[in-house]
Design a protein around this ligand. Structure first.
Ligand SMILES: NC(=O)c1ccc[n+]([C@@H]2O[C@H](COP(=O)([O-])OP(=O)(O)OC[C@H]3O[C@@H](n4cnc5c(N)ncnc54)[C@H](OP(=O)(O)O)[C@@H]3O)[C@@H](O)[C@H]2O)c1
Length: 257
């Protein structure tokens, strides 16, 4: 296998979840490599700042809203199309046990991680197929592999997103669309735990307490960049990435704990 990195100045990607965290870092990484990038999330002002810094095209959209997705596809088509879709938008809400599950939290997680990813993928598949060398990368989680107390809704959403990703790989191989799944463990990002824990900054900080080196958004973005940049016939089907301190879901080393 060659490790030669192909020219990327003709490559073009849609990156969702681009307003913060892993998605934002991925936009920066791809843009720095010469990709044309369409940065997607709901918060327009954050996308515009990122676009000004990186040269990416900001396209504010809610991936779970059909009208937004249709507008996004038109914007990308009008700008010359894309060969790669990087689905990073998503997240977690709540840590309630199933006995106390909040329906609105589960609905949010299923809508953003599963239905949103399905809607945007469905909408872009004709473009990716027509390109002849399409790529879809879905960012799921190790939460899709192992459940934990208080993780039910997020485990269910990420496991569903993973199941969809595996079906998509089988369905699209004949169209030469490669389908990559990246499954990170603990990544310390600005908003993930804060949003999951209802804005409680102290509780959010405790998630990472004593963990000397959790993954960073940049670590994951570098892996995404590599996976979508290797020659197109190389399909890194499933990439599980954790910090060394998290040897398994049940084994997280916290210094001083
Ligand atoms: N951090 C971790 O430990 C970790 C580990 C494994 C997997 N992951 C997964 O990695 C992804 C990114 O994680 P992160 O830590 O960077 O999370 P984050 O900081 O919470 O970012 C989530 C991103 O998704 C966007 N988003 C959410 N719902 C959306 C919707 N309906 N339409 C469009 N954009 C939407 C948000 O933007 P707007 O609010 O502006 O729309 C934001 O840009 C998520 O799918 C998460 O589940 C995270």
């Amino acid at each position: 296998m060659t490790t030669t990195v192909p020219q990327t100045d003709h490559r073009s990607a849609i990156v969702t979840g681009a307003s913060t965290g892993i998605g934002e870092a991925t936009v920066r990484a791809l843009a720095a490599d010469g990709w044309r990038v369409f940065a997607v999330a709901r918060r327009a002002e954050r996308l515009e700042g990122l676009a000004a810094e990186t040269g990416a095209v900001a396209v504010p959209a809610d991936i779970s809203e059909d009208d937004d997705v249709a507008r996004l596809v038109s914007a990308v088509a009008d700008a010359g199309g894309a060969d790669t879709l990087v689905n990073i938008a998503g997240g977690a809400r709540g840590t309630d046990w199933v006995a106390e599950a909040k329906t609105e939290d589960w609905e949010w997680m299923l809508r953003s991680n599963v239905l949103g990813t399905m809607k945007i993928t469905r909408a872009f598949l004709p473009m990716l197929r027509a390109n002849g060398h399409g790529t879809v990368l879905n960012l799921t989680s190790v939460a899709a592999l192992v459940s934990y107390e208080g993780g039910g809704g997020y485990n269910a959403a990420k496991a569903a997103e993973r199941a969809m990703t595996r079906a998509l790989r089988l369905e699209e191989a004949e169209n030469n669309v490669r389908v990559i799944e990246v499954l990170p463990g603990l990544v310390k990002t600005e908003e993930f735990s804060l949003r999951r824990l209802g804005g409680n900054a102290e509780a959010a900080e405790k998630v990472y307490e004593g963990v000397e080196e959790p993954l960073t958004a940049q670590d994951v973005a570098d892996i995404v960049r590599y996976a979508v940049t290797v020659p197109h016939h190389v399909n890194l089907d499933e990439i599980v990435v954790r910090p060394v301190a998290q040897a398994a879901a049940h084994k997280l080393i916290r210094k001083g704990a």
